[in-house]
Write a protein that binds this ligand. Structure first.
Ligand code: PMP
Length: 428
């Protein structure tokens, strides 16, 4: 039998850090990652046959659980007809119709292959549409690895302490203005100074790459007003929140109409898919309708579209989101109760099926508060949970995700593990 350790050893010889995406390497929590052999429902199994309850869900897409039969059969049917055509295919049209029906602010859409592609294209479009060059992002927000976004970025960039990456030319980084998340006065001040140069403001409407931080009441509305007032485009990066915090994403949940939105994860049903879309007059600037160039050999791939469409069918089941919210609440309430019992200072944030665990006694509403939490305690807790068969995101700065396949028994099992892991983590 191949072991996790042996695979990681081989991987490290040939792949930077042994992985194809940094956070997977467990660098911040310590130890070595496990290698997944298969996944089903709420579970992952590693190559050594160990089972884990999974709260990462492939970093968000697996909202109906792993290997769902409806998605799998749709993919199997699509494969019968070929893997890639390089011509338009019917499923792309159905996908565009579905997305625009579920999100009224998205009047036109373009499919791409990842969240990174979606956000890169969205800011190019914002720049092309407005004729301005500056963009605004928020400290601790992550929008993929496009050069313009690797300035005070969250997620892996934050976890590894390189929030601004070498290789991003200063001339480009200078065009990215950064703001503290959840601070409207700071945004007002920035727009007062730079408003006429700002092409767009991009935000995770619920921050999910500095752990999970919901917007303060009125905050997103305030940003909407600022952008309108200064002629900048408001871009909601809903790669994580789209089809996750509500069927219509964060824009539906908070009742805000962004000019552009970006998507990924869930719309691909586990296949590599992203999308961006928004106001018709803005989207009409994209080639070949307009002059702003963006393209993709595999974009709108028939197999990926089939997976995504099957997923979008499942999440439209009445009561789907209410049930995920209830179960996530069961988990977060339970975790806090276990922390009290263990004498550990811990708070949680939750927006529907997205949650965050913070080792602090404060309610976390800002990046500064998130980074001030006890990460050493988180790391011990992470390993305590892993040892007991529960896989949390391997970083204190990532949100957790629940799927519809996590039932009450799975959550009860998680809480039993947490009771022990919290006691152990505190004592260390
Ligand atoms: N935007 C957000 C909000 C994300 O969370 C991520 C990935 N976690 C991305 C963009 C980039 O997506 P991808 O990894 O598919 O390129």
């Amino acid at each position: 039998m191949t072991s996790n350790h042996e695979l990681f050893d081989r991987a490290r010889q040939l792949m930077p850090g042994g992985v194809n995406s940094p956070v997977r390497a467990f660098k911040s929590v310590g130890g070595e990652p496990f290698f997944t052999a298969r996944a089903d429902g709420p579970y992952l199994w590693d190559v050594e046959g160990r089972r884990y309850i999974d709260y990462v869900g492939s970093w968000g897409p697996m909202i109906v659980g792993h290997n769902h039969v409806h998605v799998r059969s749709a993919v199997a049917r699509a494969i019968e007809n070929g893997l890639s055509f390089g011509t338009p295919c019917p499923a792309e049209v159905t996908m565009a119709e579905t997305i625009t029906r579920l999100l009224p602010a998205v009047e036109m859409v373009r499919m791409v292959n990842s969240g990174t592609e979606a956000t890169m294209a969205a800011i190019r479009l914002a720049r092309g549409f407005t004729g301005r060059s500056k963009i605004v992002k928020f400290e601790g927000c992550y929008h993929g690895h496009g050069d313009a976004f690797l300035v005070k970025a969250g997620s892996g960039a934050l976890t590894f302490g390189v929030p601004t990456s070498p290789g991003v030319p200063a001339g480009l980084a200078d065009l990215t203005l950064t703001l503290p998340y959840n601070d409207l006065a700071a945004a007002q001040a920035l727009f007062a100074e730079h408003g006429r140069d700002i092409a767009g403001l991009i935000i995770e409407p619920v921050a999910g790459n500095m752990n999970c931080i919901p917007p303060r009441p009125g905050y997103l509305q305030g940003l909407r007003e600022l952008c309108t007032q200064h002629g900048a485009l408001l871009i909601f990066d809903e790669v994580m929140t789209g089809f996750r915090v509500a069927l219509g994403g964060a824009q539906a949940l908070y009742g805000i109409t962004p000019d552009l939105s970006t998507f990924g994860k869930i719309i691909g049903g586990g296949m590599p898919v992203g999308a961006y879309g928004g106001r018709r007059e803005v989207m009409q600037q994209i080639a070949p309708a307009g002059p702003v160039y963006q393209a993709g050999t595999l974009s709108g791939n028939p197999v990926a579209m089939a997976a995504g469409l099957a997923m979008l069918e499942l999440i439209q089941t009445p009561g789907f989101y209410a049930e995920i919210e209830r179960k996530t609440r069961l988990l977060t309430d339970g975790l806090r109760a276990m922390a009290v019992e263990a004498g550990v200072a811990m708070t949680t944030n939750q927006v529907c099926g997205m949650f965050g665990i913070f080792f602090t006694d404060q309610t976390v509403e800002t990046f500064a508060q998130a980074t001030a939490c006890d990460t050493a305690l988180f790391n011990r807790f992470f390993h305590g949970m892993l040892k007991r068969g529960v896989y949390l995101a391997p970083s204190a700065f990532e949100a957790g995700f629940l799927s519809s396949a996590h039932d009450d028994d799975v959550i009860a099992e998680t809480l039993r593990a947490a009771r022990e892991a919290l006691r152990e983590a505190r004592q260390a």
